[in-house]
Design a protein around this ligand. Structure first.
Ligand code: PEP
Ligand code: MN
Length: 345
């Protein structure tokens, strides 16, 4: 249930409404909009009776049930888009965010070279895995904390933000010490203890990747886990889903962007690298990302993709990455014009 307070509702009226909502067995989440206070009553209780009570409470303008099971991330609760701030960079606002870097952090030289290439192309986020979720236990699993250190140093030298994956509850605080954005990978999108921990124990922005067979509703419920546990800085990432099609590693669900934009206020980025598994297919899909109104993209790059320790086939060379960024420019300019209109509206 969403309770909108009247303009000029008093502190006491707001407090009374919040207490009443709690008495009814809901959790209270209040949202301070530009003009008025909106209170979300979150829980699994039946709201039928509560709605009537709320409608008649002093200072209340309206009380409506929320049909979506994901409440806090839904547009019903918040119309304004969420802009996730990462230092002086933003995702979801007026900047088209570019996340780039190797699949895995391998060596100091490799990650430093990647960081320089990312900065030179004008991107702000350096991605790289130090903890890798690999399908085979025999594949490279990541440099772990040593990798986090290399990643942080490389990003700091190049003036970039760090985005890296956290796979376990036990590592959330450690990864958060080094990272500016915590990535939750496709395979962990429904690791509920991990989502709860990330929600409760850190305010670091989270990049939540859609799973291989996660529906959009399930993705939003996973985001709801993080937000309802206290961390509202969630960025969603469509990275391809598993379909019958096997010409590509996965199938980029481009529908997901406008669908999510209708359903949620959270930013959405696209990862065409994991969606296709093929470097040549990535540049056109980054242009599609801008055209469809995604908030940014994530790609993988490597100084020598043939020798990459993971995901070489979908990693761009630095020259390909620089060309991709140049080709993207006119699309980003159109994107920015559209976004400016959206923000002004
Ligand atoms: C990655 O970003 O390198 C990764 C493992 O992605 P995903 O979780 O989408 O497979
Ligand atoms: Mn990868």
């Amino acid at each position: 249930m969403i309770v909108s307070m009247k303009l000029g509702a008093t502190k006491e009226q707001i407090e009374r409404v919040c207490n009443r909502i709690e008495d009814m067995g809901f959790q209270v989440r209040s949202i301070q909009g530009d003009e008025r206070i909106v209170i979300a009553a979150v829980g699994v209780e039946d709201v039928t009776h509560g709605i009537e009570t709320m409608r008649s409470a002093e200072g209340v303008e309206s009380a409506v049930p929320i049909s979506a099971p994901y409440k806090l991330v839904s547009k019903q609760v918040r119309q304004e888009r969420t802009v996730v701030a990462v230092g002086d960079a933003t995702v979801g606002g007026s900047e088209f965010a570019v996340f780039a870097g190797p699949c895995s952090v391998e060596t100091e030289q490799q990650i430093n070279a990647c960081a320089e290439a990312v900065a030179a192309a004008g991107a702000k986020f350096l991605r790289g895995g130090a903890y890798k979720p690999r399908s085979s236990p025999y594949s490279f699993q990541g440099l772990e904390e040593a990798g986090l250190k290399l990643l942080r140093n490389a990003a700091d030298s190049a003036g970039l933000k760090v985005v890296t994956e956290v796979m376990t509850v036990a590592n959330v605080n450690l990864v958060a010490e080094y990272a500016d954005v915590l990535q939750v990978g496709a395979r962990n999108v429904q690791n509920f203890p991990l989502l709860k921990e990330i929600g409760a124990s850190t305010n670091r922005p989270v990049l939540l990747k859609r799973g291989l067979s996660t529906t959009i509703k399930e993705l939003l419920l996973s985001a709801e886990y993080i937000v309802s546990h206290g961390n509202a800085n969630v960025i969603l990432c469509e990275r391809g889903i598993r379909t019958f099609e096997n010409a590509t590693r996965n199938t980029l669900d481009i529908n997901a962007v406008p669908v999510l934009n209708e359903m949620t206020h959270l930013p959405v980025i696209l990862d065409p690298a994991h969606a296709t598994g093929k470097r040549d297919l990535i540049p056109p899909l980054t242009r599609a990302a801008a055209a469809v109104g995604a908030d940014g993209i994530m790609v993988e790059i490597h100084p020598d993709p043939q020798r990459a320790w993971s995901d070489g086939a979908q990693s761009l060379t630095f020259a390909q990455f620089a060309a991709m960024m140049r080709d993207l420019e006119p699309y980003v300019a159109l994107w920015a014009a559209g976004r400016a209109k959206l923000i002004a509206a």
